[in-house]
Design a protein around this ligand. Structure first.
Ligand SMILES: [Cu+2]
Ligand SMILES: [Zn+2]
Length: 195
């Protein structure tokens, strides 16, 4: 393809040179080449905001939205989830962006690029995906806001293309490697947001 285009360019330039008798062939054709060179594929700007829409797993009614926004010292997480039983529910980033299994087991384990033990969100030693618990009120709604220094939207800690999981039970923040948080009641892929 490139060689065909080059051939055409040279043919075109030769014709111009013949017709005008002006520029030297190589100057003409260099100028022409630069002009018609397809512009480089734009490098996508870094993702500043990501979103995960949580869908209930089989037999559950938990749904919600989690946004992730680049902040000065990490990523700001804002979660709004409904359909929960009142009380705490384990809340993690899991390795795979795959919610296809009815029980969301396809999402794999906690996102753990540093090969650390499971912990709480404020522990120095924790999985990158360990966000602790969502706490639902009597109406089954939970709201969480947190700036997390372990999460990122680029590099080895990037959560893009992974998943958010909400669990049936509380994360005790210590049992290995899951926090004993029970089944998975909602799952959502983490993708780049529109803006
Ligand atoms: Cu989990
Ligand atoms: Zn964990």
């Amino acid at each position: 393809m490139a060689s065909i285009r080059t051939f055409h360019l040279w043919g075109f330039c030769a014709a111009v040179v013949l017709a005008l008798g002006g520029c030297k062939a190589h100057e003409c054709c260099l100028a022409r080449s630069r002009k018609s060179e397809p512009s480089a594929v734009p490098v996508p700007a870094g993702v500043a905001r990501a979103v995960s829409v949580l869908q209930p797993t089989q037999g559950n009614a938990v749904k919600g939205t989690v946004t992730f926004e680049k902040a000065a010292n990490g990523v700001k997480v804002v979660a709004d989830v409904e359909g929960l039983t009142p009380g705490p529910h384990g809340f993690h980033i899991h390795l795979h962006g795959d919610c296809s299994a009815p029980d969301a087991s396809s999402a794999g384990g906690h996102f753990n690029p540093e090969n650390m033990p499971h912990g709480g969100p404020d522990d120095a030693q924790r999985h990158v995906g360990d966000l602790g618990n969502l706490v639902a009120d009597a109406a089954g709604r939970a709201h969480l806001e947190r700036v997390d220094a372990h999460l990122a939207l680029e590099g080895p800690h990037s959560i893009l293309g992974r998943s958010v999981i909400v669990h049936a039970k509380a994360d005790d923040l210590k049992t290995q490697p899951t926090g004993d948080a029970g089944g998975r009641v909602a799952c959502g892929l983490i993708g780049a947001a529109k803006e």
